[in-house]
Structures are given as structure tokens and as C-alpha cells.
Design a protein around this ligand. Structure first.
Ligand SMILES: NC(=O)c1ccc[n+]([C@@H]2O[C@H](COP(=O)([O-])OP(=O)(O)OC[C@H]3O[C@@H](n4cnc5c(N)ncnc54)[C@H](OP(=O)(O)O)[C@@H]3O)[C@@H](O)[C@H]2O)c1
Length: 348
């Protein structure tokens, strides 16, 4: 396959840096441009960004000149967007209109009825919305979104349960890493020796996005899944990796052993297609009583697998378990790259 040219919008931020790191040596994609705000445009990347990843900055990136958010100046077919939502709302359509495929991390377009909110293992058929989107909006390109980082981890774990037993309702309590708030998101004096039981806008996303993701696409419209999600989101002082406690009522009876068996056997379309970024297996089950843990389990499957554990009966709900995923890899940059791989592999 001829390499597809890709660019990163918001390349200097937490998620932007993950994109740069994950795209190094990618078999489908060649990184050709980096763009960020007016504050960074025109500067060498090495001067504009403080590199925060433990992996070294890939060769050649330091000297690249950061571009402005102008589709005319970007040489790529796919743009990965790691922009703040308020900026993405105006910028992403400019690129889609000009024929770029925008694979976005931002929440700006996730709820739009003609925009796929995609997890390739869960709802690959929702790529069918692209045709509807192009027709509705008259764009040559399109916008594909990935869910919020907490939602991706949750929804991937729900998929096998939803298909096998149905879901009546669930409650999720999240313990979310600092990188989820961006590089300058949470001041150190606010979080040292502390847990903050509030993340603005997060609970609404976690309560609504799974219903669209697990919804059925019929005649160009996604009919949302009809269960209820209650979320309680907390910021904790881990660097990467969101841990979630899930309490769930299923529509049909199931034992913890049934649930564990489903998690272990689950595979999705990316695994069947052998997509480069697809973890295999996508769900890892740990039997130890004290796993998953962010420090030990976030890099499972290169940061793309989720890890579940502590699957057991609950005294109020049917079943409870813990699930963990890397928020800037599976929950952000890696998720967008997997979306783009599916898009390319399907010849779209
Ligand atoms: N962090 C996570 O775990 C995570 C997970 C899922 C989704 N997301 C979403 O991903 C997006 C990026 O998050 P992040 O954590 O990487 O944020 P971040 O660290 O604050 O980075 C933001 C990026 O956007 C650029 N930017 C800011 N204002 C701009 C403007 N007015 N015009 C053009 N570019 C602008 C910044 O460039 P400068 O450096 O030049 O300012 C920077 O490159 C957000 O929508 C976030 O909600 C994040």
C-alpha cells in the first residue's frame, strides 16, 4: 500500500504528542505536517512543545516547523485532531470541507447524528454514517470521532455483555489520570495529596456516549441503546491510565464466570482484519484480587488493550468489575489511529 499522508492538529499537546509517537514507523501512515495554535505556528516543534512522554521524540520532529490551522497549508489526506473542543468546532469542518478525513478526539461533533462515534471493535458498521454526512453537509471529506477516554474503556468492556445478555442499567465510578486534563490541566497544588471528585462535563459524556456507540445503525440513523448509565468521575494523581469500577444489571441472568468467559473470548473487527494498532486480545482478564492497576496494566497491548479484573457478584447490582485503559493511547491518539486504519482498510 502507498503510505497515506497524515497530519496532526494540536500537535504540541498531550494527545498530539501521543499521535507523533504512535505514528512513528506506522505501516499505513506517513506524518507530513504538524499544526498548533498561533502561539506555536512558525516555530520549530522542539521550541514550541515541552515533550512530556517517556519515549524519546521521534527523529526529525524537533526541527519540523509547526504550521497554522489552515487547510491550504497542510499536505495530508487524513488529519488527526487533538484540538480543544471549542477550537475543533470551528476548525474541523474547514478541513472536512476541503476533502480531508478528520479523525477527531474532540467532543465537538461526537453527538451529531451524522458523525460516527467509533470504537472499531464495538461499532465498525457506524462508518456507514460517513455517506450520510457527506450527503447532508456537501463535504468532500468527513469527520469521524472517537469517544471520551473514560467512555472508550467502559464501552469496550460493555460490548460483549450487551451482545450476549443485554444491559438494563449500570453505574460507573472513575479514577482518572492527570494526563486526561491536558498538559496544564490540573495545577500540582490542587492534586498533590488529593482526589478531586469533579471533572467538568465528564459525567454527561460517560452517561450519553455509550448509548450512541452501542446503538444500531438503521437506514442512515443510529437508534441509541436503551439502558441507563450513572457516572461519578474523579481526578486522582496517577499520570496515565483511567481505572473504573462498574456495577451492572444485565437483562438476562449471568454468573461472574459467564462474564469472565465472554471477556476472554471477545474479538472485534480490527482483530479479524489484523489492523496494525489492534491489540489482540482487546480485553485482558487478570485473576489477581488487586488488579488492574494503572502503573502495571496501562501499557497492556501497547496501551491499546483494556484490562478487567475483580469480576464478582454485587449485593445491589447483578455483577461488578474493575476496568482500566490508557487514556491518551486507547482513550485518545491510539483510538483515532485505529479508526483511521479501519477507514483505510475498508477502502473508504
Ligand atoms: N488527554 C486525554 O486523555 C484525552 C483523551 C481523550 C480526548 N481528549 C481530547 O483531545 C483534545 C486534546 O487534548 P489534550 O489533552 O492534548 O490538550 P492540550 O494538552 O491542552 O493540547 C491542546 C492542543 O491544541 C492546540 N490549541 C489550543 N488552542 C488552540 C487554538 N485556538 N487554535 C489552534 N490550536 C490550539 C495547542 O497548541 P499550543 O501548544 O500552540 O497552544 C495544543 O497543541 C481535547 O479535545 C481533549 O478533550 C483528551
Amino acid at each position: 500500500m502507498k503510505p497515506v499522508k497524515v497530519a496532526v492538529l494540536g500537535a504540541t499537546g498531550m494527545v498530539g504528542q501521543r499521535f507523533i509517537s504512535l505514528l512513528e514507523g506506522h505501516p499505513y501512515f506517513r506524518l507530513t505536517d504538524l499544526a498548533a495554535s498561533e502561539r506555536s505556528a512558525g516555530k520549530r516543534y522542539g521550541d514550541a512543545a515541552s515533550w512530556y512522554l517517556s519515549e524519546p521524540m521521534p527523529e526529525g520532529i524537533r526541527e519540523s516547523v509547526v504550521k497554522a490551522m489552515d487547510p491550504g497549508g497542510i499536505d495530508a489526506d487524513i488529519v488527526f485532531s487533538a484540538l480543544p473542543s471549542s477550537v475543533a468546532r470551528d476548525v474541523e469542518p474547514l478541513f472536512a470541507r476541503e476533502g480531508f478525513v478528520v479523525a477527531s478526539n474532540a467532543s465537538a461533533y461526537r453527538k451529531e447524528p451524522d458523525v460516527p462515534l467509533l470504537i472499531p471493535e464495538v461499532n465498525p458498521e457506524h462508518l456507514g454514517l460517513i455517506e450520510v454526512q457527506k450527503r447532508n453537509r456537501g463535504w468532500d471529506g468527513c469527520i469521524i470521532t472517537n469517544p471520551n477516554c473514560t467512555t472508550i474503556v467502559l464501552a469496550l468492556s460493555l460490548k460483549p455483555l450487551y451482545d450476549a445478555f443485554g444491559i438494563k442499567r449500570l453505574h460507573v465510578v472513575s479514577m482518572q489520570a492527570l494526563s486526561g486534563a491536558g498538559y496544564s490541566g490540573v495545577p500540582s497544588m490542587a492534586i498533590i495529596d488529593n482526589v478531586i471528585p469533579y471533572i467538568g462535563g465528564e459525567e454527561e459524556k460517560v452517561e450519553s456516549e455509550p448509548l450512541k456507540i452501542l446503538g444500531k445503525l438503521q437506514e442512515g440513523v443510529v437508534k441509541n441503546a436503551d439502558f441507563t448509565v450513572s457516572a461519578s468521575c474523579n481526578r486522582v494523581q496517577t499520570s496515565d491510565g483511567h481505572l473504573e469500577s462498574v456495577f451492572i444489571d444485565l437483562a438476562e441472568p449471568a454468573s461472574p464466570e459467564d462474564v469472565e468467559d465472554l471477556f476472554r473470548r471477545f474479538k472485534g473487527e480490527p482483530q479479524k482484519l489484523g489492523l496494525p494498532t489492534a491489540p489482540d486480545p482487546p480485553i485482558i482478564v487478570r485473576g489477581e484480587p488487586d488488579r488492574p492497576q494503572p502503573r502495571f496494566d496501562r501499557m497492556a497491548g501497547g496501551g491499546m488493550a483494556i484490562t478487567v479484573g475483580r469480576i464478582r457478584r454485587d449485593s445491589i447490582f447483578d455483577i461488578k468489575y474493575s476496568v482500566l485503559g490508557h487514556n491518551t493511547i486507547r482513550g485518545a491518539a491510539g483510538a483515532s489511529i485505529l479508526n483511521a486504519e479501519l477507514f483505510v482498510e475498508k477502502g473508504l
